[in-house]
Ligand binder design. Structure first.
Ligand code: SAH
Length: 351
């Protein structure tokens, strides 16, 4: 029998299994705290549990650890990019960023991505599999251990489409915020989606405290469909309708992400159309200069982002420009993994 991945179990599931082993239910809470609070993954070190039970736990459960395959530290700021190896030989990226208020971590939710956004490095290598809740948690636990810090913010903006791995992402968020575990407030979590409309409705029903970020990148359907194939399934009007519903249901303001790309979506007309599209919505627009991706020719001209922001503001739209961090340590998100999964795979990436 395969061992059970203990980090992916919520406390109720753990209780049920522990009770099924003929043990007292409170043991589950003890074990849960060893793992999620004390970050002890070796059953032998769980000292308030009998030696006999520890042996049985080892037989029944496993911990799927991550290992640091590559670690790049920025010389310009304190950003650190990790390429983590998973138990099955796959890789994902995690990025640690330092802000004035503390550390924020950007984690991946899938190995690869099937959304096919044209400007995104993750799309190029294609989709492999979903990450399990434990693999999302482990990106946090491993990075906190490696860097010797605790994070105060979390963004689901690494490799993958979180809403395409809905069940595991929600389970991960529940584990992360559980009062007997990390007790991490979802107010400090941002979840970014390319716009899988039915899942936005589903998420709204859960009324989580997180910030929903929508990757918009174009105010016009034909252009958006060119750069984001998801728009062919769920167009801008359906997406905006879902956003309005989400805000009504949760009372939370949403963020629209917009990578300003020369000759694609950066004209004055684009800014005006964007203002018209989102006028009256409780939102804010986060403008991003496009990250260079080796295989693509997308660029952002020097003043383009600031000019675009100014034009939006003049039309009453709340717009900010995202600070670019760690620009010296690798190009766009997904690039490291793609390199590792390509020809470096056999020789091993640099460590
Ligand atoms: N799949 C999710 C989350 C991962 S991408 C989503 O689409 O939102 C996180 C953010 O980075 C998204 O807004 C995405 O559109 C953006 N992004 C991807 N590649 C980029 C690039 N080369 N330059 C700038 N932003 C990029």
């Amino acid at each position: 029998m395969d061992k059970i991945d203990i980090l992916s179990l919520d406390i109720d599931e753990l209780q049920e299994i522990i009770a099924g082993m003929g043990e007292k239910k409170f043991r589950a809470k003890q074990i849960f705290q060893w793992i999620h609070v004390k970050r002890v993954f070796d059953f032998d070190k769980m000292t308030d549990i009998s030696a006999q039970l520890r042996t049985r736990l080892k037989e029944k459960f496993c911990v799927k650890g991550l290992f640091v395959q590559k670690r790049l530290e920025s010389c310009m700021d304190n950003t650190v990019k990790y390429l983590y190896g998973l138990y099955d030989g796959n890789f994902v990226e995690t990025v640690l960023m330092e802000y004035s208020y503390g550390y924020s971590l950007c984690i991946s939710t899938q190995v690869g991505c099937r959304m096919g956004c044209q400007f995104c490095a993750s799309a190029i290598a294609g989709f492999v599999r979903n990450l399990e809740p434990s693999e999302m948690l482990m990106q946090i636990y491993e990075t906190e251990k490696n860097a010797g810090i605790r994070i105060s913010g979390l963004v689901l903006m690494g490799i993958g489409e979180p809403l395409d791995n809905f069940g595991n992402v929600i389970k991960f968020l529940n584990l992360l915020s559980h009062k007997d575990g990390n007790n991490f407030s979802l107010r400090h979590v941002s979840l970014s989606t390319c716009g899988i409309v039915p899942k936005i409705y589903e998420l709204a029903e859960l009324k989580l405290q997180l910030t929903l970020c929508i990757s918009l990148h174009s105010p016009e359907n034909s252009e958006r469909s060119e750069i984001m194939p998801v728009n062919r399934a769920y167009n801008l009007q359906e997406l905006i309708k879902a956003c309005r519903y989400y805000i009504t249901k949760t009372g939370r303001r949403i963020t629209f992400e917009y990578a300003v790309i020369d000759k694609v979506n950066s004209s004055d007309k684009d800014a005006d159309r964007l203002s018209d599209l989102i006028r009256g919505i409780n939102c804010h627009v986060n403008l991003i200069p496009v990250n260079k991706v080796k295989e693509r020719n997308y660029t952002t001209a020097g003043n383009a982002v600031a000019d675009f922001a100014e034009r939006l503001r003049k039309r009453g739209i709340n717009a900010t420009v995202r600070r670019t961090l760690g620009s010296d340590i690798e190009a766009a998100c997904g690039q490291l993994r793609r390199d590792a999964a390509g020809n470096d795979m056999i020789g091993g990436a640099d460590t």
